[in-house]
Design a protein around this ligand. Structure first.
Ligand code: HEM
Length: 365
């Protein structure tokens, strides 16, 4: 689709299909709210709503009249296309400190992102009062949208960090590949199962119904090291074939691995990423996540090494039961010699904007 509905019970960009080359470009950014009062925050939320509603549906910008700076940058030409843009807004734990009197209304599980044992945290790339996820069909659409949103919110929020992402079309088929060369996103829950795992659970404040927890993990990939690893070692780290994406006990990408038939891990190692991430037991079925990750590329580091990796993006209804449980099982997995998480954050994606007179966080504020 070239345009996704803006209004609804849930925000777009979460269960909106990304694998297979749809919305191949993205931007993840975090902001801090600079306004001092709740009234300032309400005004900010209304402005963000109005801009996101316009940008995701497209159309001619307003005519502000002679002598004014133009309403639009014209980066996308005079008639702004929707171009598959989704805008997904989240709030971080820091928004619920005492600045805006919201402490009592914090989502039940929201907290600053946990630092895990293999992390190399860089403060400049972490946390934030707000998260914005933009996804679209072209990179100029992403640029245009973030520029428009920043322009209209000047003085009300300031950027903290920002990173652009991209993903691939199916090559040669199936799910897009990540920068380690493996198909990524294969075992994502879909349909009713995805909805059951992602949207707010009992125990959340009433205003939060229809939202979800967003996990952003910026994970550097040491691609030069990775390219020196043999194919069988690479495949054992994931538990899947690099060419087809099939589990090591199967033939096709969508074959379901049978861990129970291989209790010693002779075929799919016990330490493989898929086995640790999803052991496929009755007790672990409610720990599954919705992933919607992108690649990033930041050019070169100071040593001339490629600075690229993975914008790990996951959604879940309970950060502890789902993301943190899975992440803790992955601590020490063989893959960590080749990847380095350095940033990101936990955010609560606000419920959807219901209709043309509603706005983000209206039930919270
Ligand atoms: C599966 C790559 C980090 C959770 C996979 C697969 C790949 C992959 C190639 C197999 C294909 C698929 O089902 O999508 C990576 C890379 C990472 C990374 C390159 C870091 C750079 C993480 C993290 C988590 C995670 C941080 C969560 C804490 C999962 C889950 C699955 C999975 C839940 C599905 C397992 C299944 O149901 O079979 N990942 N992953 N991954 N990954 Fe990751």
């Amino acid at each position: 689709a070239d345009s996704y509905p803006f209004h609804g019970a849930h925000q777009a960009g979460i269960l909106t299909p990304a694998p297979g080359g749809k919305q191949p470009f993205s931007c993840l950014a975090a902001f801090d709210v600079t306004g001092a009062s709740k009234a300032d925050l309400i005004a900010l939320m209304k402005t963000l709503t109005e801009r996101a509603r316009y940008l995701t549906s497209g159309g001619a910008p307003a005519d502000l009249g002679v002598g004014q700076p133009p309403a639009d940058s014209d980066v996308l030409g005079p008639d702004v296309p929707a171009d598959g843009l989704t805008v997904t807004l989240g709030v971080g734990a820091s928004l619920f400190d005492d600045r805006f009197g919201l402490t009592a209304h914090k989502p039940a599980k929201l907290k600053p992102m946990t630092i895990f044992p293999n992390d190399s945290p860089e403060a400049a790339w972490m946390h934030g009062d707000l998260s914005l996820q933009l996804c679209a069909n072209h990179p100029d659409t992403i640029h245009h949208a973030i520029r428009d949103l920043a322009k209209h919110t000047r003085g009300a929020m300031q950027p903290r960090w920002k990173i652009e992402g991209y993903n691939s079309p199916p090559r040669p088929s199936g799910t897009p590949r990540n920068l380690l060369g493996f198909k990524d996103g294969t075992a994502n829950p879909t349909g009713g199962l995805a909805s059951d795992l992602v949207w707010s659970a009992a125990g959340e404040p009433a205003w939060a119904q229809g939202g979800t927890y967003q996990v952003i993990r910026l994970i550097r990939m040491l691609v030069e090291f990775w390219d020196r690893v043999s194919i069988s070692e690479q495949e054992n780290m994931f538990g899947r074939r690099r060419d087809s994406g099939a589990p090591l006990d199967g033939n096709n990408e969508n074959d379901n691995p049978n861990f129970a038939a291989d209790p010693q891990g002779n075929v799919i190692p016990l330490t493989s990423h898929i086995r640790l991430a999803n052991p496929r037991t009755a007790q672990t079925s409610d720990q599954r996540l919705i992933r919607r990750s992108y690649n990033y590329d930041l050019g070169l580091d100071q040593n001339g090494d490629i600075q690229a990796g993975h914008i790990f993006l996951a959604y879940n209804q309970d950060l502890e039961r789902q993301f943190e449980t899975v992440q803790k099982r992955l601590v020490g997995e063989p893959l960590i010699d080749y990847v380095q998480p350095f940033g990101g954050g936990y955010f609560y994606v606000l419920p959807g904007v219901a209709n043309a007179s509603d706005w983000y966080a209206s039930k919270l504020l």
